[in-house]
Design a binder for this molecule. Structure first.
Ligand code: HEM
Ligand code: HEM
Length: 231
């Protein structure tokens, strides 16, 4: 018998995780675009609610650090007509916002999409810092990008966290007795109001920045509408 030369079994190279998948799958696109009118109505109706008592802290013990005590937000930012109308809108749309968010998160987790979207400090922190210095024109070339750069991941992950916190603090001020433990997590009812409002400010800053950056990179907008090429 002739000895057969031992055949070396080379493992096949691993198939890229997102091969054949669009950059922006349908569920992500749908939940992103549906989110925008929902969040605009929530912000407008929230500001109308705020106008009924445009102060933070209890009557007679207002928080000193808040510079706009007693100043109602401008009427063009408000939605819902009056306090009761705005509360109806706020509490009705809140459930759709939560549902949309749950679908987005469940999809991202179930398909592993989160891996290329979520900011993971070990992977993304240096890249985010380099991208930031590139935008400040302190670096000439942008750092390498895989799907998103570190700064994009940081921005998107923060926006999702702000959204989760705005929902939790909203639930705390919606049912402060039944959900007393949730309110306690935010330092009580007044604390939860402050956190709820602070998240609105942070989400607004994110959205303004986000829209400018999208306008500077219009190809990302095409992908967020059409889905983009398959990987
Ligand atoms: C599940 C989601 C949410 C729930 C359950 C919720 C609930 C509430 C509740 C209970 C109030 C106080 C209403 C009152 O005392 O009459 C409130 C106020 C407010 N909400 Fe929300 N909210 C949610 C999401 C949002 C979002 C997404 C935004 C903005 C983008 C927002 C912005 C505001 C603002 C600005 C106020 C007025 C602050 C105040 O006067 O306390 N809320 N929300
Ligand atoms: C007119 C308004 C908006 C436009 C034109 C827009 C456009 C886009 C585009 C083109 C992308 C893909 C970006 C990329 O490839 O880097 C994106 C992603 C994203 N946008 Fe917006 N956006 C808008 C408003 C908002 C708002 C209001 C929020 C949240 C408050 C938001 C949250 C996000 C998040 C979290 C992502 C990342 C999604 C993921 O990778 O799973 N956007 N947006």
């Amino acid at each position: 018998m002739s000895a057969q030369p031992a055949r070396i079994q080379r493992p096949l190279p691993p198939k890229p995780r997102f091969a054949g998948r669009r950059a922006q799958p349908l569920i992500i696109r749908l939940s992103h675009w549906i989110n925008i009118p929902l969040i605009v109505i929530m912000a407008g109706s929230g500001l109308q609610i705020l106008a009924a008592y445009p102060s933070f802290g209890q009557r007679g013990a207002l928080y000193k650090w808040y510079p706009f005590q007693g100043d109602a937000p401008p009427s063009w930012l408000r939605f819902g007509g009056w306090l009761a109308g705005a509360r109806h809108w706020h509490f009705a749309i809140a459930w759709f916002l939560v549902l949309n968010g749950v679908i987005y998160l469940a999809y991202a987790i179930a398909t592993g999409e989160w891996r290329r979207r979520v900011f993971l400090p070990r992977r993304d922190a240096t890249n985010a810092f380099r991208m930031f210095t590139y935008y400040l024109r302190l670096r000439k070339t942008p750092p390498p990008e895989d799907f998103y750069n570190g700064l994009q991941r940081l921005a998107y992950t923060s926006a999702i966290l702000f959204a989760i916190v705005i929902v939790l603090s909203g639930l705390a001020i919606y049912k402060p007795i039944q959900l007393y433990w949730l309110a306690a997590l935010f330092g009580g009812y007044d604390g939860a109001r402050v956190v709820h409002f602070a998240c609105l400010v942070l989400l607004t800053l994110f959205a303004l920045n986000h829209i400018v950056l999208v306008a500077l990179h219009p190809r990302t907008l095409v992908a967020m509408v059409t889905g983009g090429k398959r990987g």
